[in-house]
Structures are given as structure tokens and as C-alpha cells.
Design a protein around this ligand. Sequence first.
Ligand code: PBG
Length: 328
Amino acid sequence: MFPLQRHRRLRQNEAIRALTRENHLRPSDFIVPLFVVEGQNVKEEINSMPNYFRFSLDLLEKEVKELWQMGLKSVLLFVKVDDKLKDNRGKEATNPDGLMQRAIKTVKNAVPEMLVMTDVALDPYSKFGHDGIVENGQIINDRTNSALAQMALSHAQAGADFVAPSDMMDGRILEIRSVLEDAHFYNTGIMSYSAKFASAFYGPFRDALDSAPVDVADVPKNKQTYQMDPANRNEALKESFSDIEEGADIIMVKPGLCYLDIVRDLANEIELPIAVYQVSGEYAMIKAASAKGWLDHDAVMLEQLTAIKRAGATMIASYFAKDAVKLL
Ligand code: PBG
């Protein structure tokens, strides 16, 4: 007897494939990470991230208008801070006239409806290149949290819609939430990097912001005492549950492709929206291999983004957002 089920019937042509397709990419899935620098008329390509740029505020304005026209309605801001402004506790991070605070206002003035999310972590401001305060070779958890909460407050005051703590200190979501509530920023949301792994895929990002841990005595060489061990799965659930209890509105898994099992675990367990960050190294790999003619750029990009959604992502922070939306 021939098979009762012929699965290929549903794959015969594009019409039936489209009709039975389970997951779709849409422009509204994306958060666009943006790198901001001081200066005028600056659009610098990042070495290890071909076709991705750092923008000065005037060109940031143009860029976000273009994003909005394309249907991209959320941005995640990162700033490259002058070395002279870096210290151990990230004092510059709360400067009301700092680059981040001006960038938030620039975006909100250019496109008032654009959802502005901001990175909250000390590393771009840290002379040691760490997400927290360094003392005696250690990253100091609780004092870092106070600094992060003040940084988040400063972003909220400048007009950020969501703050996105990417540091992985314990208890920082509760501390940030409390400070925001006390200052009556009831509607400022928190997208928490909940399951952020100590990944080697962040290399190009650290080039973009010049934010890698510095190689001097008494400064940890890596971020393994706060970012998670790539070998761990249960711990990712534990971290995410903590952040939810502490008041996170959106949780995040980062990086993307290597951690889709974590995304699915979380999607099965929790009711909150889940963001996935397809990180700089994932972007660089596709760019490099396709530049060599070894991979089909657009096909591989869409396949990976679709896989991230299929795993359970509600939204994706991706350097490919513009490239992808042009194809949708
Ligand atoms: C810093 C931060 C990093 C990224 C986002 N926020 C780097 C790091 O933790 O070292 C990585 C993003 C990317 O690689 O695209 N807190």
C-alpha cells in the first residue's frame, strides 16, 4: 500500500507552501541596534561588521527617518564613548548632556513614535572595559547595580521608552524598577538581557565601541563571572525567572543561533515576550562567508532569522534588520 500521508503534497508549489507556512518574518519583528559617535557628518563603517556604521547625531537623525519609512519602529542605542570620559564607575553614563542622552532626544525629535530602547551597562564607559565596577580583580555586584539604576533613570529622563540592561549583575532589574517607580517613570519598560552568555561572538561589537576588557593586572580578562557559561541550560531558565520576578517586561536570549534551545525552553515556560539578539559575530560570519562567495547572503540571513522566530522569539535585535526588510 502507498503511504496514507504524502507530506510532499503541501510542498508542491509556492502557493501551498505559503498557505501552510508556520512562521513569518515581518518588519515589526525587528529591533535595530544603532551605534552612535560624537562629531558631525560621521558615518564610519565598522571594520569587522561590513556595511554597518557608527553615526554622528546629525546622520543618526537621517537614519532613523529612513528606518521608520521602511517599517522599522524600534531602535536599540549604543554609544562609543571618548576614552577621556571613561572611568571605573561610569560617571559619564548619567551625564544629562552625555552622548546617549542626546542620542535619545535626537531620535525622539526626528521620529517621535519610534520606540527608543537604550543599552544599560557600564562597559562603553568603563576604562577597564567591564560591565561593572572593578575592584581587586572582582566585578562588584551591588554598587554596580546602583550605578546601573541611575543610568537607567537618566535614560528615562532623556525620553527612552525602554531600558535594556545588558550587564548580567544579580538583582539589577529590581533595583532599576524601584528607581524608575520612585521617580514616577511607571511606563518606562525594561527589556532585560536575562540569558546572556559569555560568548566569543561579541568580538565585532567590542570593536565597534572599543569596549573590550583591557589587558592589565587585576582586571578580569573576560566576562565569565557575570555572563553565563555557554554549557548551561537550566541556569538560563533560573536567570530569566529571576528577572521576571524582579519586574522585567521583556526578557532576552543572546546570542541567537547557538542558543535557540534556550529560546524554545523559555517560550514553553513563560508568558512574557522574548527577544533574541542576533549578535555581531553572527552578522560578521554571514558577511564574511558571502563576500568569499561561499554562502548566499540573503538566503542564509533569512533562514537564520526565520529559525530564530521558529524557536520562539517574539522579536529579534539584528544588524540585518534593514537588509531583511528590503526582501520581505
Ligand atoms: C555590553 C553589550 C555587549 C553586546 C551588547 N551589549 C557586549 C558584551 O557583553 O561584551 C554584544 C552585542 C553584539 O555582539 O552584537 N554590555
